[in-house]
Write a protein that binds this ligand. Sequence first.
Ligand SMILES: [Zn+2]
Length: 117
Amino acid sequence: MFAMALDKVELSHFKQILLNERIEVMEALKTFGLSRNTDGGYDTNFADISQVTAEKGEADALIQPLRETLVEIDDALVRIEDKAYGLCVKCGKDIPLERLEAVPKTKYCTPCASLVR
Ligand SMILES: [Zn+2]
């Protein structure tokens, strides 16, 4: 039995949502990048190394989830191009539309997502 792929209208709907989300994540990443530069970056020659490390760790802790989100969004966009979007990568079944609306970048159906996490 074959799972039903989403139609063109639905795909472009989610593509738009993902592209908007992507812009927001890029903006957030850019903000962190800029604040780094105004701090003079992580120049260990002049700053207390332990403090620089702590600040870097803090920034990384904020940036890391954004990077992961970006990867997930890009991944979802690729699956839209491949017409594989909306299908669970684990079991191959349809991801319910309500779930895609709630989490557009998801690649798992609800039961599989609970197994993965
Ligand atoms: Zn699944």
